[in-house]
Ligand binder design. Structure first.
Ligand code: ZN
Length: 687
């Protein structure tokens, strides 16, 4: 409810400092738009200690005519839709039925009258009754808003006719049961019932039925999958779920009804309707959808633990299809079921047909829910972009989910690039990947990174702008893409040859993942940049054999990196030379190079080998402690970090502290270099 300015500017009484009361309530009756409103000013008792920081005082504004209520806190401009009980709780009143308000005799009488109560009937000075009225008004207002938005109500589930749609039973007989290639066997693995020939059978000749494995029926000879009676496999209790479409009794709502087809353990199927247990209803009205369940399940390792709900219960997960798999029965008179609804221009038969041709795409429930909610789906579908609609219905991934604006009412508003580029592919050939690519390329055109003329060729190529970025400027995009395409072609050919070889030798051939050439080219170019190779030289830019050229640059980059790291190591050793020292037959020195560290680690069996790079980068320092007469024989290894000994170890991580001679030497060294170090520092500062 919108609260009028007059009420917002009403003066506030002095804060209430009462005795034992929780709060004070005073009434006023302003007339707004010819209606006398009830305004209750509620002030907490400032003298009463609160168990939490109380909210500000507030006013409850009630309109009987509008059946609406609002709470306006002191000092705020925007009212809140909040129950009186919650608002009172905020100022320290635990329960409306046990509260202790301060209210004048006249106000109490007027409030009782407004609520239609006799003064004697009231408990707690009308507060519980006022709270109840407020709750009712708020619920009604929320519902009115939902209705205005066209949202479905919880009770709309009952707009669904209860009778089974015509033809459903025949459909089950004709299309579902013949596919039920199941054999349910009893404990002992010999006796069972074949659901193909509908006979009780007995395995012969040493055959045993096993859970989830193929079995050949001893009676009809057909193959089926065996399940142990009484086990928790879905197929033991159910054949499959069946879904169909039916118009609601209001003529505007379309229902998708989902049943379990319970397994008739006799396999005779004399009463199919008795085997149907309705578990889920999806409703579509306008562009709004809803879902109710009459069953719930908790997923376990094998199958699910299912339990029946006592009534239809609305669920949030509307577009998640319960159980995932189902048979869809499209009644012959399906046009009647959608006439006059938001689905009326949806060609269900066309979808059903195309979806059957592409079995894994088939999800009529999701198709219809999305059709109603996202206007772009209809536009794309009718213009022949069926591949992207199927992808959307299967569920998009992180990269593609924001590629399109599905809520828009036309294709050119739904895509984020000029619609002239839709001519790049035939409508059926467009995939979400293409849409995403062109969207990205168009952004690059807008930012000036790519010329618009180059977009079509980029869009058709397997290469992305990232793949060829380092080549740009050294040749035209057209030329670069032609080169990448030729590499892709070579790779395809190579794979074909390998597959052929594998086939001839009876091996399995695995490499059918995405083609690598565009990425190889990207990595090659990056190496060229690192190595300062001349990309204007066409033999560098477009090597005849990309893989071989890349192998060469990899080796060169690696060599260069080693070179660099050796150089850095040498400089680091030079810088720290002053820390080397000798005393009493022992010496401490720096490693000559990284290899010496690695060798030390291998000799003493500790982990110093991994420290080479860290030392080259100045992150830490490694010293060798040696006997003067054996300066090259590994003895103790010392790590110097942040101006102190981090560790000093010998064979198999033995600690220097356990060896008094070494401990003494290292301590003396530390003292020596800290003096030298500070002198050095002073010298530097002086210079
Ligand atoms: Zn059989």
């Amino acid at each position: 409810m919108r609260v009028d300015q007059t009420i917002k500017y009403m003066a506030w009484p002095e804060p209430y400092k009462g005795d034992k009361q929780d709060f004070r309530i005073t009434l006023s009756w302003p007339v707004i738009n010819h209606e006398k409103l009830l305004v209750a000013t509620i002030q907490k008792n400032e003298k009463k200690r609160q168990w939490h920081e109380p909210t500000p005082d507030f006013r409850l504004i009630c309109s009987k005519e509008k059946n609406a209520a609002a709470i306006l806190y002191q000092g705020e401009r925007i009212s809140k839709r909040k129950g009186l009980d919650m608002a009172l709780w905020g100022i320290g009143c635990v329960s409306v039925t046990s509260c202790y308000p301060k209210i004048s005799r006249e106000d109490e009488k007027a409030l009782a009258e407004w609520l239609g109560l006799k003064p004697k009937q009231t408990r707690n000075h009308c507060i519980p009754e006022l709270s109840e009225w407020t709750a009712g008004a708020i619920a009604a207002e929320t519902q009115r808003e939902r209705d205005a938005r066209g949202e479905l109500r919880d009770e709309d589930v009952l707009l669904c006719p209860e009778a089974l749609p015509d033809g459903l039973v025949e459909y089950i007989r004709r299309s579902v049961l013949p596919n039920d290639d199941v054999l349910i066997y009893k404990k002992g693995n010999v006796r069972g019932t074949c659901f193909q020939c509908r006979q009780n059978v007995r395995a012969t000749g040493g055959q045993r039925f096993r859970q989830g494995e193929f079995a050949t029926c001893p009676n009809c000879g057909r193959r089926g999958i065996a399940y142990l009676d009484g086990s928790d496999r879905f197929k033991v209790d159910y054949v499959e779920d069946i879904v169909t479409i039916q118009k609601g009794t209001d003529g505007k709502t379309v229902f998708l009804r989902q049943w379990h087809l319970l397994r008739d353990k006799t396999a005779q199927w004399n009463d199919i309707p008795a085997q149907l247990e309705e578990i889920c209803r999806y409703a579509i009205r306008g562009n709004r959808v809803a879902k109710w369940q009459h069953e719930n399940k908790e997923n376990r390792i094998y199958g699910a633990f299912r339990y029946r709900l006592s009534e239809w219960t609305r669920t949030q997960s509307v577009s998640v299809v319960y159980d995932g798999q189902y048979y869809f029965y499209l009644p012959e008179n399906w046009r009647e079921h959608i006439a006059g609804t938001s689905l009326q221009y949806c060609d269900l038969a066309d979808y059903n047909l195309r979806a059957i041709n592409a079995m894994r795409n088939r999800n009529m429930i999701r198709f219809l829910l999305d059709w109603a909610r996202y206007p772009a789906i209809e536009k794309f579908w009718k213009a022949g972009y069926t591949t992207i609609v199927h992808e959307r219905i299967r569920g998009l991934n992180k990269e593609t989910q924001h590629t399109m604006r599905w809520t828009r009412n036309s294709i050119h508003e739904a895509i984020r690039f000029p619609s002239r580029f839709l001519k790049l592919h035939d409508s059926f050939d467009w995939t979400m990947g293409d849409m995403q690519k062109v969207t990205k390329l168009w952004k690059q055109v807008e930012s000036g990174e790519l010329r618009e003329n180059d977009l079509p060729e980029m869009a058709r190529s397997l290469a992305t702008l990232d793949d060829i970025r380092d080549a740009m400027g050294h040749a035209s995009i057209h030329r670069i893409l032609r080169y990448v395409d030729s590499c892709v072609e070579k790779e395809r050919e190579q794979r074909r040859i390998e597959a052929e070889e594998a086939r001839r030798e009876g091996r399995h051939y695995w490499s059918d993942g995405p083609l690598q050439a565009p990425h190889t080219y990207r990595d090659y170019l990056k190496d060229c940049v690192k190595l300062n190779l001349d990309l204007d030289d066409k033999t560098v830019l477009f090597p005849r054999d990309l893989d071989a050229a890349h192998a060469r640059t990899i080796a060169q980059v690696k060599h260069q990196a080693n070179e660099k790291s050796r150089e850095a190591f040498r400089k680091e050793v030079q810088r720290l030379k002053w820390m080397e020292w000798e005393k009493d037959g022992l010496l401490i020195r720096l490693p000559v190079d990284g290899d010496e560290i690695t060798a030390e680690g291998a000799y003493l069996h500790h982990c110093v080998g991994g420290y080479v790079d860290r030392m080259a980068n100045g992150k830490t320092t490694i010293f060798f402690v040696r006997r003067v007469e054996e300066p090259d024989k590994p003895f103790y290894t010392l790590e110097w970090l942040n101006g102190q000994v981090q560790q000093c170890r010998t064979t198999c991580n033995g600690n220097y502290i356990q060896n008094p001679e070494i401990k003494c030497f290292v301590d003396a060294w530390v003292e020596k270099i800290s003096k030298k170090g500070s002198k050095k520092k002073t010298a530097i500062e002086a210079a």
